[in-house]
Design a protein around this ligand. Structure first.
Ligand SMILES: Cc1ncc(COP(=O)(O)O)c(C=O)c1O
Length: 354
C-alpha cells in the first residue's frame, strides 16, 4: 500500500518558529490511516494538519482504547535529519496494539509514513542546540458504539511538533518522590503498553508530589509495593560506585524504553558494567545513604538522561551525589545525543537518515 500525499502549496507552508513550547505547536501536515473490518487498513494519506471529526460515541472517548508512540527527528550540523531507532517505535506500537486488541499496522508502511511526514515538513526540524522535532504516532478506536468491547474501526494518525532542549544550560538534577499509596501499573495489566490510560492513572500521584515540592513520581510495583519500576514517564538507572549501572528488570508492568535498551547496549562499550535486577526500595535507599550508589538517573526519549539529585520517601529526603549531575549520566547523555545529532559514531546502526 502506498501513501498518498496532498501537500499545502509552497506559499501556504510555514517553517519552524524560533520560539515554541513542547506539544502545542504542530507542523503543516499530518498522516492519517483508517481501518475497517471489510477493508483492512486503507487511505494512507499525508494531508494538511486538521481537526479530526468523531462521533461522540466513538469508543476511544469512553473506554480509552488508544495507543501512542513518541520519537524524535534531529537536525545535524550539515543540515541533514536523523531519526533514532524508529523501527523500535513502530514495533512497540504494534505490541501496544496487540495488548489493546487493536489491529497492527504494517511496520514498513508505518516507518515510511514517519519518514515521509518528516521529509515533507523538514523545515520544522529545529536547529537550536538540543532541540528536535517530536513525532507522535497514535491509534484510536473510532466505532460509534457504547457497548463495551473492542471497536471495529480505528484511525491511526501521526502528528509532529518542535521540542526545545529539555535542559537549558546543561543537565540539571530533578527531585523525585516515591509513591507509597498509588501505583502506575500492575503485572498482568497494561503498563507494558503505551496506552493513554496509564498516563491518566499517573496524574493524581504526580499532582501530589508536585505539591510536596518534587518534580516526578518514583513508581513501585503494585503487588509488593516494594520493587522500583519507573520514574515519571521514564525508566530508571542506579549507578554503584561510579561503574556498575543497575536498572529494574522488565517485570510485565514496566514500559520497555528504547533509551533504556540503548543504554543496556551502549554502557559496556563505554567501560561500564550493566545489569537488570529486581530492586528493593529499602535496599536502594540504604545504598544511597551509605554512598554505594553514586548516581541515579531517569532515561527516555524526552530528556534522554535526567539525573536525580533527591529522592523523597515517607517524609525523608535522600540526597544523591550532592544533588549534582554525575559522570556516568553525563557520559551517556553525551554519547546518546552525539549519536542522535550525528556528531558521534553510530556503531550500532541506530540512525535512519532522511
Ligand atoms: C512510562 C514510560 N516509561 C519509559 C519511557 C521511556 O521510553 P523511551 O526510551 O522509549 O522513550 C516512556 C516514554 O516513552 C514512558 O512513557
Amino acid at each position: 500500500m502506498s501513501i498518498e500525499i496532498k501537500s499545502l502549496a509552497p506559499e501556504k507552508r510555514h517553517s519552524c518558529p524560533k520560539e515554541f513550547s513542547f506539544g502545542v505547536t504542530f507542523t503543516d501536515h499530518m498522516f492519517t490511516h483508517k481501518f475497517e473490518p471489510s477493508k483492512g487498513w486503507h487511505n494512507a494519506l499525508i494531508s494538511p494538519y486538521h481537526v479530526l471529526s468523531l462521533d461522540p460515541s466513538a469508543a476511544v472517548f469512553h473506554y480509552s482504547q488508544e495507543i501512542f508512540e513518541g520519537l524524535k527527528a534531529y537536525r545535524k550540523a550539515d543540515g541533514g535529519i536523523n531519526l533514532f531507532r524508529p523501527q523500535e517505535n513502530v514495533k512497540r506500537f504494534n505490541r501496544s496494539a496487540k495488548r489493546m486488541v487493536m489491529p497492527e499496522v504494517d511496520t514498513g508502511l508505518h516507518l515510511e509514513a514517519i519518514k515521509s511526514l518528516v521529509y515533507l515538513d523538514q523545515d520544522w526540524v529545529p536547529d537550536q542546540q538540543g532541540a528536535s522535532l517530536y513525532i507522535r504516532p497514535t491509534m484510536i478506536a473510532t466505532s460509534p458504539k457504547l457497548g463495551l468491547g473492542a471497536s471495529a474501526c480505528y484511525e491511526h494518525f501521526i502528528i509532529a511538533g518542535p521540542a526545545g532542549s529539555y535542559f537549558k544550560g546543561g543537565l540539571t538534577p530533578i527531585s523525585v518522590y516515591v509513591a507509597d499509596e498509588y501505583r502506575r501499573a500492575v503485572k498482568g495489566g497494561v503498563g507494558e503498553a503505551k496506552t493513554g490510560g496509564n498516563y491518566a492513572a499517573s496524574l493524581y500521584a504526580s499532582e501530589e508530589v508536585i505539591n510536596l515540592g518534587y518534580s516526578q513520581v518514583l513508581w513501585l510495583d503494585a503487588i509488593n509495593g516494594r520493587y522500583i519500576e519507573e520514574v515519571g514517564a521514564m525508566n530508571i538507572c542506579f549507578v554503584y560506585e561510579g561503574k556498575h549501572i543497575v536498572t529494574p528488570e522488565l517485570s510485565g508492568s514496566i514500559l520497555p524504553g528504547i533509551t533504556r535498551d540503548s543504554i543496556l547496549k551502549l554502557a559496556p562499550t563505554l567501560g561500564y558494567k550493566i545489569s537488570e535486577q529486581r530492586l528493593d526500595i529499602e535496599q536502594i535507599l540504604a545504598d544511597i545513604d551509605s554512598g554505594k550508589i553514586t548516581e541515579v538517573f531517569g532515561c527516555g526519549t524526552a530528556a534522554v538522561i535526567s539525573p536525580v539529585g533527591k529522592l523523597g520517601f515517607k517524609g525523608q529526603e535522600h540526597v544523591i551525589n550532592d544533588n549534582q549531575t554525575g559522570d556516568v549520566a553525563k557520559t551517556l547523555y553525551d554519547e546518546l545525543t552525539g549519536i542522535q545529532y550525528g556528531t558521534r559514531e553510530d556503531k550500532f546502526g541506530w540512525i535512519v537518515s532522511l
